[in-house]
Unconditional design. Structure first.
Length: 311
């Protein structure tokens, strides 16, 4: 046997031992792209998780396809944030994923939950650091966009790794190694974003929908209102009038749209004011799913904020 052929056979044998086939890996389902990204990073070298809410779809109004239902019915583990973010999953988790270990990440140990805000215009004394969820707050009253704080993403990653190891102890070393690498990268990302956003902390802005509560709280940002609390519900004239007054009174520097929703309402708010227009994306609507999405998403939002508020 030639050396080249011997090397090729050895390489194939090593790969077959190092990376289990898809049939041998746990069947893991993740609800939304940021959750999927963190799980994909943890499962590198083992398998690939299945994503439910792909493309530009919104978890607030998502409908399961037959292939999604099939994935849930065969899942070993399902990772989701909770009922406020993915209401479409509440019943399917009870009926389709009966055999799966369902991990509600908003309950991850060490995660710092924030209560849902119930108004679209936030007074100065209702800033993000005052809206932490009290102990015992029902999941239905907790803001589900917790990954927008990297310290929460770390808590989520640890909970995910624990679930993966419990399901697949044979690959525990790989999961632990991947977790250690992920936690280091999240710490570095947090420091990078903190340095980028420090110069614009305290500069007021308005978002399209109230998805950035955790980002505001982590980096002392001054969000003063949201066009809508639910992106599927168009705000009325009274809300827009109230927000426009808030933009003018606060001197809001920017009003941010989101990629998958109409931006005409943003134009209404900035018209005749000094506010600029920008785009923020809480879930990575236009980004390809995968282990790199989370860091790309967070950097993109930080740069959009720094660019618009600091310009």
């Amino acid at each position: 046997m030639s050396l080249l052929r011997l090397f090729s056979v050895a390489a194939l044998l090593w790969l077959s031992l190092a990376v289990p086939s898809r049939a041998d890996a746990p069947h893991v389902v993740a609800s939304v792209k940021p959750v999927h990204s963190l799980v994909a990073a943890l499962m590198q070298g083992v398998g690939q998780p299945r994503l439910l809410v792909d493309g530009t779809a919104s978890p607030h109004s998502f409908s399961l396809k037959p292939s999604d239902a099939d994935a849930l019915s065969h899942a070993d583990i399902v990772f989701w944030m909770g009922p406020t973010l993915e209401p479409f999953l509440v019943k399917p988790l009870q009926t389709l994923a009966k055999g799966a270990h369902v991990v509600t990440l908003i309950q991850a140990p060490g995660l710092r939950p924030l209560a849902l805000r119930t108004a679209g215009v936030w007074a100065d004394d209702d800033h993000a650091h005052l809206t932490a969820a009290a102990a015992g707050t029902p999941d239905t009253q907790i803001d589900g966009h917790a990954w927008l704080d990297p310290s929460n993403a770390k808590a989520m990653a640890v909970a995910m790794a624990d679930a993966l190891i419990a399901q697949d102890p044979a690959d525990a070393t790989r999961y632990r190694d991947n977790l250690a690498a992920l936690l280091r990268s999240l710490d570095a990302l947090d420091a990078e974003i903190g340095a980028l956003l420090a110069p614009v902390a305290g500069k007021p802005f308005v978002v399209f929908h109230d998805a950035f509560h955790y980002l505001e709280a982590r980096y002392q940002l001054d969000g003063v209102g949201a066009i809508t609390l639910n992106p599927e519900v168009r705000p009325g004239a009274a809300r827009l009038s109230q927000l426009r007054a808030r933009v003018q009174a606060s001197g809001a520097a920017c009003v941010f749209a989101e990629p998958q929703f109409e931006s005409s309402l943003v134009a209404v708010l900035v018209d005749g004011t000094r506010a600029k227009r920008g785009v923020l994306d809480p879930e990575g609507a236009l980004l390809p799913a995968g282990p790199e999405l989370y860091a790309t998403l967070m950097r993109g939002n930080a740069r959009a904020l720094a660019g618009c508020l600091g310009g």
